[in-house]
Design a binder for this molecule. Structure first.
Ligand code: UDP
Ligand code: MG
Length: 317
């Protein structure tokens, strides 16, 4: 029996990209069918993440072909949540799901290999970039620092792996049991365990449309990632606070000794510096703790990750 493979593609304002993506995916789909790698009942799911342009019209148009399914979220819920929406839909029907971006920056030619690994019995196949040639120096540097930081904080994360991966039905079922609101899939997937492997590929440049991850969003995503998976930053802050405390005692003793020896320091400089320094440190600590409390706040509210407004497909189940 050939596997029913569901492709999950989140789209946010991708009208410029979609016609190309639809055509390429269709070609790939037929190619995989011909090679006998996927069953005819496989599907390509486009998740419209609350786009403001013509993305949904284009998706709907595409679903006249039975191979495509459109899932429309009621508003922009973010890339990770859109992926979740697509995967939980796929879970109902598929044997495995492959997630990829709408801009097809991730080389779709390695899908063959993904599926072969799945057939060999792997539940999780990570697409990993073999190089970062197409990235700017800045992106490369920040990305590397991010992975290093995550590792330093004790988070198991696959280097240079984004959200291009295959998950078996079982892996999807496991994933759905993680009920966190602060989704960072790259951190969660390694936690589900199961047999996993890596497939290398070369990432292309985006050929149309703009990146939906400008610097600000990228940084906040990285910060989310760290604070969702590790409480070590709080520990470091506590440690830093302790060090500061010891240091201030040393300074105190020094100041008293100087006073006794009649060499009182004209203390204005040291006073101002320490006030500002400690004040700053406290603010950082407070902010960081606030960040975690914010996370807890978000978790306890248990708001839905996404709301599906409409499903478009050319069949009735
Ligand atoms: N995306 C989404 N919701 C968002 C932002 C992005 O569904 O709020 C989708 C986007 O359409 C694309 C994928 O997530 O399919 C990755 O975004 P992009 O290619 O802009 O990111 P980059 O490759 O630059 O990191
Ligand atoms: Mg991209």
């Amino acid at each position: 029996m050939l596997p029913k493979v569901y492709f999950v593609i989140p789209c946010y304002n991708e009208e410029e990209m979609l016609p190309y993506t639809i055509e390429k995916m269709l070609q790939k789909f037929d190619d995989l069918l011909k090679k006998g790698l996927i069953s005819e009942n496989s599907r390509i799911i486009f998740v419209d993440d609350g786009s403001k342009d013509k993305t949904w019209q284009l998706i709907k148009e595409a679903t006249k072909d039975i191979k495509f399914v459109g899932v429309k979220l009621s508003r922009n819920c973010g890339h990770q949540n859109a992926l979740m929406a697509g995967m939980s839909y796929a879970l109902k029907f598929c044997d495995c799901a492959i997630t990829l971006d709408a801009d097809l920056q991730d080389d779709i030619n390695v899908i063959d290999e993904f599926i072969k690994k799945f057939e060999e019995g792997y539940d999780v196949v990570y697409g990993v970039r073999s190089s970062r040639k197409t990235d700017t120096f800045f992106k490369r540097f920040t990305a590397q620092s991010f992975y290093k930081l995550m590792r330093a904080f004790g988070v198991e994360i696959v280097y240079n792996h984004a959200d291009y991966r295959l998950l078996s039905k079982k892996a999807l079922e496991f994933l759905m049991q993680f009920e966190e609101r602060n989704l960072f899939l790259r951190g969660i997937i390694p936690l589900i365990g199961l047999k996993s492997t890596i497939v290398y590929y070369e990432r292309q440049e985006r050929i149309a449309g703009k990146t939906k991850y400008p610097l600000k969003k990228m940084l906040s995503f990285a910060f989310e990632g760290i604070t969702s998976f590790s409480v070590k930053p709080i520990k470091y802050i506590t440690f830093a606070g302790f060090l500061m405390f010891l240091l201030s005692i040393a300074i105190l003793i020094y100041a008293i000794v100087q006073k006794i020896r009649g060499q009182a320091i004209a203390g204005w400089t040291s006073l101002t510096i320490s006030i500002w320094f400690i004040g700053g440190l406290q603010l950082v600590a407070l902010g960081l703790i606030g960040e975690y409390i914010g996370k807890i706040y978000k978790e306890v509210k248990r708001r839905p990750l996404y709301l599906i407004e409409e499903i478009a497909k050319d069949e009735h189940e």
